[in-house]
Design a protein around this ligand. Sequence first.
Ligand SMILES: [Zn+2]
Length: 503
Amino acid sequence: MVLARVWSVALFGVDGIPVEIEADLGGGKPGTRIVGLPDAALNEAKDRVRAAVRNSAQKWPDQLVTFNLSPAALPKGGSGYDLALAVSVLVADHKIPPAPFTDTVLLGELALDGRLRASRGVLPCLLAARRAGLRRAIVPERALPEASLVHDLTILGARTLTDVLTWSHGDDDALIVPERELRRPKVDPPDLADVVGQPEARWGLEVAAAGGHHVLLAGPPGTGKTMLAKRLPGLLPVLSPEQALEVTAIHSVVGDLRSDSPLITVPPFVAPHHSSSQAALVGGGFGLARPGLVSKAHAGVLFLDEAAEFPADRLDSLRTALEEGEIRLARRDGVVTYPARFQLVLATNVCPCAPPREADCVCSPNARRRYLARLSGPLLDRVDIRLRMRPITAMSRMGDTEPESTAAVAARVAEARERAVCRWAGRWHTNAEVPGPALRRDFVLPRQVTALLDRALNVGALTARGADRSLRMAWTLADLAGDPRPSADHVATALQFRDRRAA
Ligand SMILES: [Zn+2]
């Protein structure tokens, strides 16, 4: 009996789990079998790996080849184990020495001719390998930029199986060493200076950025709702190094990382269409669920244009994400959880006919009510800021001051956020996350400051939730003003931001 052991990594959600692959020769008639919960894709790997080995000028053993993948309880679907399977069988057959592979993780799918193809989730797989104490990784050449985001792990790139075999015999030049000096991603976000007019909405966007509040932009077409929404990520702080790795890992699992500059350092902007399927929006698929657009928007902005056109079940699933900050998806091979903490921006026309000038609307009052009612309820309850976009007129184009740039506004946002982070002392990161009871009990404001809210509550002009929203907004306005706590003026302004959607 000849046994060889090598390492690969299983992808489970955005986590990697090291998998030990053993190859055993003999003990039966010639053939190949894989034990340890193989799925259909992994079974196909047998044929692919055999062809790749033969086409790399190697002989496939003329014995029974048994692969064992452990831990056994883990679903190990996919094609990322090909390289590890091929190497393990050649080690077992004494074609290559075992020593170079003892602390090395092997990732990548093999083409029939022995070329190495990139697989999804290289970044989270390598982070897991590093945690498990492995010291070296061999990945497909194309995955090198992504792989080299992981420090304290020796990364080597291979084009073919033959490269790996040559390297194992002592030829260091057979594998490619990545350039550690990463090119800075070229980020050229759209600038707020391009937005003409809409002073209220611009200010609303600044407040949203400062407090992390979800926003509704309501107004006729052509008023710049999309333009404005696209400028929100530029107002948010750049991602911390940990956030950047977390967000990049999600996009790596999705499989849409840029190969030239893979690290995502700015908050993502994701804009699903209202025809997107539930699976595309929140994640899904067979075997193990893949992440959806809400997870791609993690730590960034999810923008729903024509939000009232989204089916009710899509909007409802967003509410779950907003509440939990993550999405749990149960499929045949287990339950995976993907992060999904994003800032939501909804844009909507105020009626189905959506004329450029509201005076031209031909909808019945009932039709108008029904249209907006699609958005109401639990989802809208979580939207602190509701902005009304005004039709752009010749007058509003002729502002006497130049519109402010993203850089100028982002600087104020950063200061305001710092104040909030200090105040909430690690319990929450933004004002939008602070639950109502905490605002009312632990950070009570003087009577004279909240007088306006109390009066509106007493006469029934404001719901308790509405009052909490106004309080959160008032804190953000105070943070932007550099005040230690909200004043009666901040509360009054916050109230004005509410419920502007009603036409
Ligand atoms: Zn209309």
